[in-house]
Design a protein around this ligand. Structure first.
Ligand code: ADP
Length: 941
């Protein structure tokens, strides 16, 4: 028993050892007869598998299940119960476990259920890690999907035929190009359905060979699409084998090559043509596509560069890894027009070629270029030589700042940068129109004439100047040098133009400014001369005019020769002192001796200047001969005047003396005459008082009148001579102006009455009446004026008027006027009034009598009385004589009756005729006036 037990224990240990060595989980699951879980075992490897500490799961299925992926758990449990129920053997389940670290573990559990005699069911099983297999499966699945996807999208025909040549599968691309759908053709015979009749037999045989295991090369044969189109396809076949190595069918992969073939065919044709041309022209040719792939090369290239297959053009020709800069292909394909470039073929000894890249489109619509490469070695060489020599000259010409042109026909054929710079035109503008248009219109003819002469080989002076027009329309002066040359095989002129505008402008400016000064100097009214080293270096026109010498004469002799000998020293000395900086006496006068020997006075003003780099004097000489002469004349005249004045003074003295003697004589004579005359008049008066007969009376009356006239004349003469001899003295008496006026009026009234004239005397109310002065002389003036008025008036009236001109405390200036309506005085005779012994009209004396002394005496008297005298008159209408006189006012005393009266009336009427004051209606006279009028009135009828 113990032995048996030992054996059992040993076998258990062995068993456990085995189990522990198994990487799979070994497990057991027990249920009772009614299906309740009653016990279980799980080998300890479970903890390792799940990444758990040993012993975590123990033998607990519940714990184990908690690590099963929740999505898979129900299925796992279901399979277990089903296994128990059906007592199935080797039942499997694949499901996921979640490891502690979060990763997923794929496992497969496999169990077999056994029923015990007591009704218990025990399930024995293992669980193994199948994660790796699962991953491999997944990736396989991916690959399959990928392959299927590829089949669907690849631009190639993929076709599967069974061993009988029936279609089992074809991809969408095949559907597209053939127009058939898989469903339509599945199971159908490939050869009958898709191949042209002529090919069927051949291809079928080929197919049989492939099936039988013979390897074939690729095959090209066409298929017929649903619409009858033939499509050429290049085929690659592969037999499909089953796992036992038996052939199950053929996988056919096909590339459609229809376009490609056609292009090739075309290219072949082109090739033949081109090769012929190329051979004839030594021209290389290639055809390149848009990706720089060489599609064709001229056989010549092949010899040099080898096989171009698979090479890009830049690699093949240039050995570069990238397209060449400035590649003509790109440009030609962009512009769809030929492009010409030049390239150097390095591998061929730097052979220069001109490449004409011609874009074209093949039948497939693809754009390609054909490059025609022409050897230009010779041309280049010539060009380089030419360029080198041309460059040399161009460098020269371009750097010349002169303008250089080549003119041919009427155009400019070449122009250098200098010309562009000077004129502002562009080269294009120069070339675009006849060169004459660049020339000033006034100069065109000259330039063209010279141009044509030069072309004919005739002589044309070099360096002539003319005007050009620049781009801005400004005139530019150019100096031209030109030569006849041959330009492109024909005669032309090579022209060098020097821009001399600035020189011309400077010349012009100088000329105008010089002209300005020259004009000034030449037109100066002074002689302007420059003296240096004893000579005149410059003389103006006026210098010649003053001296009478020509310019040559003046400038060719020492200047002192032109100076009056007496003045020479002083002038020379002053001229010299000026050089020593002496500026005193820069202005003085001296005499010149003119060419004709006459003398001219000049006034000189000199300044020191620089003349041609040396000091000189600039002299302004003004001719003062006339001034000198008039000065002298004036001097003489003054002299004469002085003598004359002296003489006239003496004469005046004499005259005065004579006059005084005359006045004295007259005064005494008058006095002497007056005494006997008074006797005559007095006695005649007595005689007239006697009883005389008519005849006697008449004679006596004549004597009286004549006596009185004579007396008045004598009185007048006496007055005048007294006044002239200043012997007349005024009396100073208190008098009443009104009564003086009244007396005078009374005196005049008799005569007026006799002539039937109205006589009015008016005194303005403000005129003071009580005055102090000489009433006798006042009366004399009034009688003179009043008498004249009566005398020269035939009809009408005479108005005597006194008004106040002004007054102060002591004095009053009275204005008197005597107006008449008489003959008046002509305007041109008015100024002779008031001169002694003059009458307006020579006939007056005869007609009116008089001596012409009255007004002269009145003037003198008025002036003696501090007044003035004057007259206004209108010929034929009347005159007004007026005068003023200043009187002292009497100290205030009792107011006289007259005065009182005048105050009432406002206007004093001293004497009046029958009319009113001014000859208007009597009714207008104030009432109070009537009283005074009656009192004073002398009715003169
Ligand atoms: P006569 O004694 O000649 O009148 P007067 O000196 O009084 O001398 O006058 C000079 C001249 O003035 C008069 O001869 C007369 O021609 C002119 N004359 C003076 N008073 C008047 C007057 N009231 N009307 C016209 N002529 C007058």
């Amino acid at each position: 028993m113990r032995e048996a037990k030992q054996v059992a224990e040993d076998s258990k240990a062995q068993y456990e050892l085995i189990v522990s060595m198994i990487s799979d989980i070994v497990w057991r699951y027990d249920v009772n007869a009614i299906g309740e879980h009653i016990g279980s075992y799980i080998s300890p490897v479970v903890d390792k598998m799940l990444g758990l500490p040993d012993g975590t799961i123990g033998n607990s299925f519940d714990k184990y299940f908690s690590y099963v992926h929740p999505d898979d758990l129900p299925a796992v449990q279901e399979i277990l119960s089903e296994g128990i129920r059906t007592l199935e053997k080797d039942k499997t389940a694949e499901y996921r476990l979640r490891k502690v670290d979060g990763t997923t573990l794929w496992v497969r559990s496999k169990g077999s259920a056994y029923c015990q005699p007591d009704g218990r069911v025990t399930v024995f099983g293992t669980t193994s890690d199948i994660t790796e297999r699962k991953l491999a499966e997944a990736s396989l699945r991916n690959e399959k999907e990928f392959a299927a996807g590829l089949v669907n999208i690849v631009q190639a025909i993929i076709l599967v035929l069974d061993t009988q040549g029936r279609i089992t599968m074809m991809n969408p691309y095949m559907e597209d190009i053939s127009g058939y759908r898989l469903d339509e053709v599945r199971g159908k015979d490939w050869f009958e359905t898709f191949l042209p009749k002529s090919d069927r037999q051949r291809i079928r045989e080929l197919f049989s060979r492939v099936i039988s295991g013979t390897r074939t090369k690729g095959n090209i044969n066409p298929i017929v699409a649903k619409d009858g189109r033939e499509i050429i396809v290049e085929w690659h076949d592969k037999t499909l084998l089953d796992p036992s190595g038996k052939v199950t069918g053929i996988l056919c992969i096909g590339h459609v090559i229809t376009e490609h073939m056609r292009a090739e065919e075309e290219a072949r044709a082109l090739k033949t043509q081109l090769e012929f041309i190329l051979g004839a022209t030594k021209t290389g040719l290639d055809i390149i596509d848009a990706n720089f792939n060489i599609r064709y090369i001229d056989p010549g290239w092949g010899k040099v560069y080898g096989d171009p297959a698979g090479q890009k053009c830049y690699q093949y020709f240039m050995g570069c890894n990238t397209p060449c800069p400035g590649c003509g292909i790109v440009e030609a394909l962009r512009t769809k027009s030929p492009v010409v470039t030049e390239e150097v073929l390095v591998k061929e000894g730097s052979r220069p070629v001109q490449v004409t890249t011609i874009p074209f489109q093949n039948d497939a619509g693809e754009w390609l270029v054909a490059e025609v490469n022409v050897d230009i070695t010779e041309r280049k060489r010539a060009e380089v030589n030419l360029k080198a020599s041309e460059e040399k000259y161009r460098l020269l010409v371009d750097n010349i700042h002169e303008a250089i042109f080549v003119a041919q026909d009427d155009r400019i054929k070449y122009v250098n940068p200098g010309a562009l710079e000077i004129t502002g035109y562009s080269e294009k503008e120069f070339m675009s129109k006849p060169f004459a248009e660049f020339i000033h219109p006034d100069d065109r003819e000259l330039v063209l004439r010279n141009y044509l002469k030069r072309l004919k080989g005739e002589f044309v002076p070099q360096g002539y100047a003319f005007r050009t027009l620049d781009r801005y329309g400004d005139i530019r002066w150019a100096e031209l040098k030109a030569f006849k040359i041959s330009w492109e095989g024909r005669p032309a002129t090579l022209n060098f133009l020097n821009d001399i505008t600035e020189r011309k402008q400077a010349e012009e400016a100088l000329r105008t400014s010089e002209e300005k000064y020259r004009t000034l100097v030449e037109n100066a009214n002074e002689a302007i001369v420059v003296a240096q080293d004893g000579m005149l270096k410059f003389v103006n026109r006026m210098a010649g005019e003053i001296t009478g010498y020509s310019e040559e004469e003046l400038t060719s002799r020492p200047f002192p020769e032109f100076i009056h000998p007496e003045d020479r020293d002083i002038v020379v000395q002053r001229h010299l002192s000026r050089f020593k900086g002496d500026v005193s006496q820069s202005r003085y006068s001296f005499r010149l001796t003119t060419k004709n020997g006459s003398i001219r006075w000049v006034e000189i003003e000199a300044v020191l200047i620089d003349w041609n780099g040396k000091p000189a004097t600039l002299n302004f000489l003004s001719d003062i001969t006339e001034r000198k002469r008039s000065e002298q004349e004036l001097q003489h005249a003054n002299q004469d005047l002085k003598v004359a004045i002296k003489q006239s003074k003496e004469l005046a003295d004499l005259a005065k003396k004579a006059n005084d003697a005359k006045s004295e004589f007259l005064a005494s004579m008058s006095h002497e005459i007056r005494t006997p005359l008074n006797g005559i008049i007095g006695m005649t008066g007595l005689l007239l008082d006697m009883d005389l007969n008519a005849e006697q009376r008449e004679y006596a009356e004549i004597i009286r009148i004549s006596g009185e006239i004579l007396l008045s004349l004598i009185n007048n003469i006496l007055d005048l001579s007294k006044i002239e001899a200043r012997k007349l003295e005024l009396e100073i008496l208190d008098f009443d102006l009104c009564s003086t006026l009244k007396d005078t009026t009374d005196l005049l009234a008799i005569e007026a009455h006799e002539k039937g004239l109205e006589l009015v005397c008016m005194v303005e109310p403000e005129v003071p009446s009580l005055l102090r002065g000489d009433p006798g002389r006042l009366r004399q003036i009034l009688v003179n004026l009043g008498g004249n008025a009566v005398k020269f008036t035939v009809q009408g009236k005479i108005v005597i008027r006194a008004s106040l001109e002004c007054e102060d405390e002591r004095n009053a200036t009275i204005h008197f006027s005597v107006s008449d309506t008489g003959i008046g005085i002509p305007a041109d005779r008015k100024d002779i009034l008031f001169t002694p012994f003059t009458q307006v009209d020579g006939s007056t004396t005869r007609k009116y009598g008089g001596t012409g002394l009255g007004l002269a005496i009145s003037k003198q008297l008025a002036e003696l009385m501090g007044g003035r005298i004057g007259a206004e008159s209108q010929e034929g209408k009347g005159s007004t004589f007026w005068f003023t006189a200043v009187f002292e006012k009497q100290p205030a005393g009792p107011v006289s009756t007259d005065e009182a009266l005048t105050k009432i009336e406002g206007v004093k009427v001293v004497a009046a005729g029958q009319g009113d004051r001014f000859g208007e209606g009597a009714a207008e006279r104030p009432a109070a006036n009537a009283k005074s009028a009656s009192w004073w009135r002398r009715t003169i009828l």
